[in-house]
Design a protein around this ligand. Structure first.
Ligand code: NAD
Length: 489
């Protein structure tokens, strides 16, 4: 962190293998104190143009390397991140607000795994060949990289989600211009020094920092960027879909969710309650896969909410991200905190009962964290299905628990939202689990568990939660183009 601007360290764009000077900046705020801690380039057209040109030149080299050579570089990158895990974890926690233990055990190790996973899968890639002896022809397919790929990522899991896209893009021979969230750019910038150390050729990954409305849109609309892989809100995903339409780009859009859990009376509550507390409040509820609607069968509703609220109050300690006993840190920004508070005010007006948390909780924070963006874990009930908090993505530590009576009813109620990212079902009845999992309009259904993610499995959403999937086969599909070749012998 050697370069400073008015006494604050600055993040630098990384174009064609070089860190570049900027003269306009966005302040990056430490959400646990409300004070600026870094400055991020406020880039524009000229930086995007240079980055795309560098990526086009880089493509001429990188697309000609073998999968084995590319895998070697990806393994090197992953090894260097792993060797600097503590440094990355500290930066991710400070920049995003997540507890340090979480960055150490989840975010950064997962970034390492993403790189290793795609380095491994690319080496066992297969093509299809079909012989038609009766007419004497051999048909086969070849897959080629798409070209320059634009990667646009959100602030909730910065390095984790960036590497989930970068790793397959690079493994399959593409070059990249990436635009991380302007709110959390620091670990992406640190990653660029890892690229240099690992010997990634210049121009293969270019990082342009700045706002979505400028850098993001310029990248999405650039005619030489052949594919856009985006993770973020549904509203931005729709915008990207509109502005890229004339260019016929490949598009992968991973967007918002309003995820339901369905708890039947035969569920093992000893497992279900702690898992759904984690599902509701992990990363301050700022994970697209977090649960925010819990439907509980009426016969166990009272027992469930008693246990759920008691354990939430006991377990979810809100505090400074670096404190070892903190389970939940601050929300990402003042603006986001105000948005979540506004949802709680609407819930009050809609007649919600606050079982814990809410707007006026004294969080007992250290003096340096008094201006941080903290909200108490909040559990609501008595909300109609069509209420704001049961329909809209809050993306904060707020979950709604409501009763249901029978299976058919809960399926239609759980599906009655615009989103379709994931769901969880809790029951010991295997037939019921099987039936319900089929009926859920989502991309992933967890049964008696949550957030177990196998990178081979397709990951994505349906309805307003997504277009396209990611994971071994799905990512290969997205980051390559196919050609069929028919040879007459
Ligand atoms: P966001 O849509 O505001 O921003 C995401 C990224 O898009 C940022 O880099 C932003 O700068 C950029 N961007 C904003 N406007 C743009 C535009 N007009 N053109 C191009 N780029 C633009 O989302 P966020 O607030 O950073 O993240 C939270 C959202 O992300 C939530 O809705 C959450 O559900 C979603 N999310 C989804 C998944 C998933 O896998 N489905 C994973 C994580 C987060």
């Amino acid at each position: 962190m050697s370069i400073m601007n008015n006494g604050i360290p600055v993040v630098q764009n990384f174009i064609n293998g070089h860190f570049c000077k900027s003269d306009q900046f966005i302040e990056s705020i430490d959400p646990s104190t409300g004070k600026p801690w870094m400055k991020v380039p406020d880039s524009g057209k000229s930086e995007v143009e240079k980055a795309v040109e560098a990526a086009e030149n880089g493509f001429k080299v990188w697309s000609k390397t073998s999968p084995v050579e590319r895998a070697k570089v990806l393994y090197r990158i992953s090894d260097i991140i792993e060797s600097r895990l503590e440094e990355f974890a500290q930066a991710e926690s400070k920049d995003q607000g997540k507890p340090l233990w979480q960055a150490r055990t989840l975010d950064i190790p997962r970034a390492v795994l993403n790189l290793r996973h795609f380095a491994t899968t690319v080496q066992s890639d297969k093509e299809i060949a079909v012989i038609q002896p009766e007419i004497g022809v051999l048909n086969y397919t070849v897959s080629s990289p798409v070209g320059v790929v634009g990667i646009i990522t959100p602030w909730n899991l910065p390095l984790y989600l960036l590497t989930f896209k970068l790793a397959p893009a690079l493994a399959y021979g593409n070059t990249v211009v990436a635009k991380p969230s302007e709110l959390t750019s620091v670990t992406a910038w640190m990653l660029c020094s890892v690229f240099k150390e690992a010997g990634l050729p210049p121009g293969v990954v270019n990082m342009v920092f700045g706002y979505g409305s400028t850098v993001g849109e310029l990248l999405a609309k650039h005619p030489n960027v052949k594919a856009i892989s985006f993770t973020g809100s549904t509203i931005t995903g729709k915008r990207i879909s509109q502005i890229t339409a004339p260019y016929m780009k490949k598009l992968s859009l991973e967007m918002g969710g309003k995820n339901a859990a369905v708890v039947f009376e035969d569920a093992d509550l000893e497992q279900c309650v702690p898992t759904l507390i984690r599902a509701s409040f992990l990363n301050q509820g700022e994970v697209c896969l977090c649960t925010s609607r819990i439907y509980v069968q009426r016969s166990v509703f009272e027992v469930f909410i008693q246990e759920f609220v008691k354990e939430t109050i006991k377990k979810i300690k809100v505090g400074a991200p670096s404190a070892p006993d903190t389970w939940m840190g601050p929300l990402i920004s003042k603006q986001h905190m105000e948005k979540v508070k506004n949802y709680l005010k609407i819930a009050e007006k809609e007649g919600a009962t606050f079982l814990c948390g809410g707007l006026d909780v004294d969080l007992d924070l250290p003096p340096e964290n008094q201006n941080g963006y903290f909200i108490s874990p909040t559990v609501l009930t008595n909300l109609p299905d069509m209420s704001f908090c049961m329909q809209e993505e809050i993306f904060g530590p707020v979950t709604c628990v409501v009763p249901f009576d029978i299976e058919e009813e809960v399926i239609s109620r759980a599906n009655d939202v615009q989103y379709g990212l994931c769901a969880s079902i809790w029951s010991k009845d295997v037939s019921r689990i099987y039936r319900l999992a089929q009926e859920m309009e989502v991309g992933t259904v967890w049964c008696n568990t949550w957030l177990i993610r196998n990178l081979h499995m397709p990951f994505g959403g349906v309805k307003m939660s997504g277009v396209g999937f990611e994971g071994s086969d799905a990512s290969r599909e997205f980051y390559t183009v196919k050609k069929t070749i028919c040879v007459k012998t």
